[in-house]
Design a binder for this molecule. Structure first.
Ligand code: 5AD
Ligand code: SF4
Length: 458
């Protein structure tokens, strides 16, 4: 299209996403909200009319990145003659809204995670230079209700938000403050969204929530039962034609009920992968973290999950250097890792977050000790991850093809256990589940040869 053909209303938006998958989902939905206003997504901020930073407040590093990015955007805005609109969304916006506007006057709009459906209205107000620049009220249900019911799918995998917020109040975590109280979406809305995604060729949905297995959504249309569990929801969504794979993330050990565990074994769409953060292997630290379970209770959950689905790959999050963590506590974490054997794990140094109880606790651990523990833990986790990936060599694996590979004639996809898989095959297979014989493994991916395209029963 030549520039003469470009509609006068055509504008561009660049959204940069930090942090968790919930933010990735929210960014997609922001694009949906903006599309009817004529905003087309672009890949870089330089010439964008609207730049949105969808931020993460979970650790200090994530927050600082936002301020440095804003410094760069300010210069771009000046070069554009002030035409660029800068919006800060997400959890930093929620936690530090006033401070963002004070520290960086180039910011036009600040909106918390419950407010992005108001983005069009806020942009309109900002362009008229009237009204509030800050929108951080909590009303999750209003947000879910106000979002467009249709979504443009972007490939064969999609996130689907089913729950937001968290009431667990782990003593290190900002999420209950930035995302608010736990709230589940109605089952009927989730079903509509899942059907619409399936109709557009989505084969794998990842049900998302900060505390996804605390899901207790109501379904006035489908049943008169007041609350559904996540296990029920999974079984229900599995009946939608075209949905071949279902995942969910992120779970809390306390909400791992027997029905959800059983669904891993009896629902073929449920993928053999479970991200179940434990944070620490020491009972003393788990108590100080307010996690509400012991290390042995966590081991027992995993035993039951493996009994239900022997092929399951385990994933987790860990924090080292929580206040008061001794060498012995840290060793208990290492022992738990050895006992469970993880396929994938994320590990972090404890980062004190203002306003959380742990930030005020005695016994803050020196940075060098945190560094040494993180290195030791990550070394062990890397060894387990490589060993898991190598254990797939020689096996034929069902791969959902997600697109063209980097090399000519190569396609890539995703294994049931979440690894990226590269293999020789045409990109036209995108959206199909194919058999790939694994011939190579590295820390982050598998490679192999296409055996055959499968018959997919739709
Ligand atoms: N410091 C370090 N890591 C944290 N996480 C959450 N809060 C903190 C913090 N204050 C980690 C937890 C959580 C993951 C999303 O981030 O491991 O599961
Ligand atoms: Fe944060 Fe704990 Fe809630 Fe997870 S369960 S979001 S770590 S408070």
């Amino acid at each position: 299209m030549s520039s003469a053909d470009t509609p006068k209303t055509a504008k561009s938006v660049f959204i940069k996403t930090y942090g968790c998958q919930m933010n990735v989902y929210d960014s997609e939905r922001m694009r949906d909200v903006l599309r009817p206003l004529g905003y087309a997504p672009v890949d870089s901020p330089e010439t964008a009319d609207l730049v949105v930073l969808n931020t993460c407040h979970i650790r200090e590093k994530a927050t600082e990145k936002v301020y440095s990015e804003l410094g760069q955007l300010k210069r771009m805005k000046e070069e554009s003659g002030g035409k660029m609109t800068i919006a800060v969304a997400g959890c930093v916006a929620q936690a530090e809204g006033e401070e963002i506007m004070r520290r960086q006057p180039a910011v036009d709009l600040v909106l918390g995670p419950q407010a992005y459906h108001k983005l069009p209205e806020m942009i309109a107000r900002a362009s008229r230079a009237v009204g509030d620049r800050l929108e951080t009220e909590f009303d999750t249900l209003e947000k879910f209700d106000a979002l467009p019911k249709t979504r443009e799918a972007d490939g064969p995998t999609a996130f689907l938000s089913v729950q937001e917020g968290c009431d667990k109040f782990c003593t290190f975590c900002v999420v209950p403050y930035t995302r608010g109280a736990e709230l589940s979406r109605p089952v009927d809305d989730i079903t509509l969204e899942a059907r619409a995604l399936a109709a557009q060729g989505v084969r794998e949905i990842s049900l998302l929530g900060q505390n996804v297995n605390a899901f207790h959504g109501a379904s006035p249309a489908l049943t008169n039962e007041s609350d559904w569990t996540l296990g029920q929801l999974v079984r229900h969504l599995a009946k939608i034609g075209g949905i071949e794979r279902i995942r969910y993330t992120t779970s809390h050990p306390r909400d791992m009920d027997n029905d959800l565990i059983a669904a891993h074994g009896d629902t073929p769409q449920m993928q053999p992968f479970l991200h179940l953060p434990v944070q620490s292997g020491s009972d003393r630290i788990l108590k100080a973290m307010n996690r509400g379970h012991t290390a042995d209770e966590y081991r027992e959950i995993i035993r039951k999950v493996r009994e239900s689905q022997p092929d399951i790959a385990m994933a987790s999050d860990f924090i080292v250097g929580f206040p008061g963590e001794s060498d012995e506590d840290f060793e208990a974490t290492m022992q738990l890792v050895r006992d469970v054997n993880y396929a994938i794990a994320y590990s972090f140094k404890y980062s004190p977050r203002p306003g959380t109880p742990a930030a005020e606790m005695f016994g803050q651990v020196p940075e060098e000790v945190k560094d040494a523990r993180l290195q030791a833990l990550q070394k062990l986790l890397r060894e387990q991850q490589i060993a898991f990936n190598e254990s797939k060599i020689g096996h034929t694996v069902a791969v959902l093809v997600t697109g063209r590979g980097r090399l000519e004639g190569q396609a890539h996809g995703r294994s049931p256990w979440m690894q990226a898989v590269h293999f020789n095959g045409p990109a036209e297979l995108t959206g199909e589940i194919v058999d790939v014989k694994i011939t190579g493994a590295s820390l982050n991916s598998l490679s192999g040869e296409l055996v055959r395209a499968r018959e997919v029963a739709l």
